[in-house]
Ligand binder design. Sequence first.
Ligand SMILES: C[S@@+](CC[C@H](N)C(=O)[O-])C[C@H]1O[C@@H](n2cnc3c(N)ncnc32)[C@H](O)[C@@H]1O
Length: 193
Amino acid sequence: MLTGRIGDAPPALAGILRETARIGFTMASEEQVGALLRGLVASKPAGRFLELGTGTGVGAAWMLDGMDARSHLDTVDNDATTSSVARKHLGGDARVTFHLSDAAEYLTRAAGDQYDLVYADAWPGKFSHLDLVLDLIRPGGIYFVDDLLPQPNWPSGHAEKIPLLVADLERRPQFTSVTLAWASGVMMLVKRT
Ligand SMILES: C[S@@+](CC[C@H](N)C(=O)[O-])C[C@H]1O[C@@H](n2cnc3c(N)ncnc32)[C@H](O)[C@@H]1O
């Protein structure tokens, strides 16, 4: 059975996961999501990437593992405790910049910028500020979200928001879209040239 084989994990991941468990952070990305992101960023040499919701750096570790030496990742979170774990384990890599900021404010400041891939893993840029974040995607670039399949940690009322999000993303003619029953459930939009 080939499905689900993802290759070697990034070297930093084990330490990040240990500390993630220690601080009780339960929203870290799954390894299958990370592996898919690693492949996507590897397809874009000298790429500019954005992650909304750093968490403890799990997704960032996978992305950095796929990025070439000329690529750069901006990652944004408003929680100093979780993002300090990411900084501790990944901060020695000059290809990443950590932003301690509200993601909505970051998106507003970034207007006019262009990214090759945005991993939208916080509320702003996913359930709000969609037009703003999709404007940041360069032609040929990718908008990526996960957690679309029911998750045990969802608060009541959250499940109803998913079909609305998917429908909103699917009706945008500037993008091709695909939903995948992979890991927590992912969706990818690619901006047409
Ligand atoms: C699902 S977790 C991110 C997981 C991370 N991407 C990973 O790969 O493990 C969501 C993160 O979004 C952050 N967050 C929530 N609301 C935010 C906001 N308004 N601005 C910035 N970050 C926010 C939380 O602090 C949390 O770390």
